[in-house]
Ligand binder design. Structure first.
Ligand code: FAD
Length: 285
């Protein structure tokens, strides 16, 4: 059972941030509540006041001008999966969003809530990393921009400071000729493994590649060393290299044995799925 909660409904970021600072630990930001209400119900988090972000216009906007998508934090997974501009400019993000959980969670949960909570078993962050996405964070005094790679600090930990709200995610389009792919593996609703790739292949040779893996480590990560190794080789050589890099992946991602599988199984599947996702990206054009 949930204890009675007071709901505060600010209409500006400043009001939300001031409420958060004044109320301190008694208050929690609340977007879709998909995660937060579970935490409250299971007494993993305590709150007396919820600060509902959905009345703040800025957080509900999606702008697709100037070569980048700017997505307000309170857009839901379903809205992003169905949005024409997202499907055209970042099709792998639309695909990842369409695979989140089930239609109830997709209708309720927001992109901002997903990134701010930073559960390792998440989909969108992995794709956003290959787009070189960044986030805008704000409080009552101003705003700052943080690249997503630095926003994800650790499992359930982000660069958000007390009193700060995640406002917007900026998603640059991929460079000309590059396409992307996303694949996920799941036994339950949340993913066990998510792999994103973006690549450009010219006359059979990969001349640009970006790779990211999520879920099997504490946070989603870009694989920059592997990206460098597969530039200048054919797709079949790249797939062989990716399947052989288990030690690099083990060191970077630090997978553990758990109910979703052994660390060795997760690493094996990451190697295979990196190759498959790269192939998807190379053939998407
Ligand atoms: C059954 C189930 C299955 C799921 N499966 C998947 C899956 O397959 N893939 C996947 O990616 N995710 C999955 N999720 C996670 C889901 O996507 C997230 O729960 C959801 O996106 C969180 O968004 P929300 O708006 O509901 O956040 P809330 O629950 O409202 O908030 C979550 C946390 O983020 C904070 N917060 C929210 N918005 C902001 C903001 N703008 N700025 C700062 N802090 C903020 C809140 O204070 C809270 O700590 C699943 C969740 C459930 C319950």
């Amino acid at each position: 059972m949930l204890s009675p909660l007071k709901l505060v409904r600010p209409t500006t970021v400043q009001e939300a941030s001031l409420a958060l600072m004044e109320l301190g630990d008694k208050a929690k930001l609340y977007a879709g509540g998909a995660e937060l209400l579970l935490l409250l119900r299971n007494r993993l988090v305590d709150a007396e006041v919820l600060i509902d972000l959905k009345k703040i216009d800025r957080l509900r906007r999606l702008d697709a001008s100037n070569g980048a998508l700017r997505v307000g934090a309170c857009l839901t997974h379903h809205e992003l999966a169905m949005n024409a501009a997202v499907r055209e400019r970042a099709p792998s993000l639309a695909l990842a969003e369409s695979q989140v959980a089930n239609i109830r969670v997709r209708n309720q949960g927001t992109l901002g809530g997903n990134l701010a909570f930073n559960d390792p078993h998440s989909d969108p962050g992995t794709v956003l990393l290959v787009h070189n996405a960044s986030v805008t964070i704000g409080n009552a005094k101003g705003e700052r921009r943080v690249v997503l790679d630095e926003f994800f600090v650790d499992m359930y930990a982000t660069a958000l400071e007390p009193g700060e709200v995640l406002l917007e995610v900026e998603i640059p389009s991929l460079p000309a000729g590059m396409s992307s792919g996303y694949l996920r593996l799941h036994r339950y609703q949340r993913p066990t493994l998510g792999v994103a790739a973006a690549a450009r292949i010219t006359e059979g040779i990969i001349d640009e590649a970006r790779l990211a893996v999520g879920c099997i480590g504490p946070k989603a990560q870009r694989l920059t060393e592997l990206e460098a190794k597969i530039r200048g080789v054919t797709l079949s050589d790249a797939k062989r290299i990716l399947a052989e890099e288990k030690n690099y992946l083990r060191g970077l991602l630090q997978p553990v044995d758990d109910l979703l599988g052994s660390a060795d199984y997760k690493l094996y599947m990451a190697g295979v799925m990196l190759g498959d996702t790269l192939e998807q990206a190379c053939h998407a054009n």
